[in-house]
Design a protein around this ligand. Structure first.
Ligand SMILES: NC(=O)c1ccc[n+]([C@@H]2O[C@H](COP(=O)([O-])OP(=O)(O)OC[C@H]3O[C@@H](n4cnc5c(N)ncnc54)[C@H](OP(=O)(O)O)[C@@H]3O)[C@@H](O)[C@H]2O)c1
Length: 167
């Protein structure tokens, strides 16, 4: 598939890399232009893109920006998106990280708010996984099956010296 990823931070960067490894054609963009994503794109085998080009001709576009940044996306970005599937990864963390969004504070669902802002239906996905996790499937957890020195639990799997398995 031809996939555009907007935002190459924790979750967008991880997904972009994973999609490339799965054999998809991937383009990536952020708010700062093609050159700002070139090094990352080349590292993972994706194509750098300006945001204005990230939707055109894509089967799927992943929105991986902080929720308040959705209002800052170029107006009409999804105007000609047609049947392109838009997947939104965002979560709303008012006070902790995000500025308050009145409609959400009053109870509107995030997915409805996002689809109204961009003028295109969205699917909410990947918002419940940790960035960095999708590339780790199939890897053996360190210490799996052994007793942790700190917790005394089997299969603790936490990645620090204090949580090292007792060999
Ligand atoms: N971190 C996770 O593990 C995780 C997992 C699942 C879901 N999420 C959710 O996914 C969203 C993104 O989280 P994150 O942790 O990946 O954030 P992040 O690491 O801060 O990355 C955000 C990315 O969005 C880009 N961006 C910001 N404003 C933009 C704009 N107006 N136009 C285009 N690109 C823009 C940033 O690049 P520039 O600022 O340079 O443009 C950056 O590449 C959040 O809502 C978060 O809750 C996060």
């Amino acid at each position: 598939m031809n996939i555009g990823v907007i935002g190459v931070g924790h979750i967008g960067g991880t997904l972009a890399e994973k999609f490339v490894k799965a054999g998809h054609q991937v383009s990536v963009a952020n708010s700062r232009g093609k050159e700002a994503v070139r090094a990352f794109a080349e590292k993972i085998g994706a194509a750098p893109s300006d945001i204005s080009e990230i939707v055109k001709g894509k089967d799927v576009v992943i929105l991986a920006v902080p929720l308040p940044a959705i209002e800052k996306l170029p107006r009409d970005l999804f105007k000609d998106a047609g049947k392109t599937i838009v997947v939104d990864t965002s979560n709303y963390y008012p006070d902790l990280r995000d500025s308050h969004i009145k409609e959400l504070d009053e109870g509107k669902t995030e997915s409805l708010w996002v689809s109204e802002k961009i003028g295109h239906p969205i699917i909410k996905a990947f918002n419940n996984v940790l960035g960095g996790y999708p590339g780790r499937e199939g890897q053996k957890e360190r210490g799996r099956g052994k007793t942790c020195r700190r917790c005394g639990r089997r299969q603790c799997g936490r990645q620090s010296r204090r949580h090292a398995p007792d060999r």
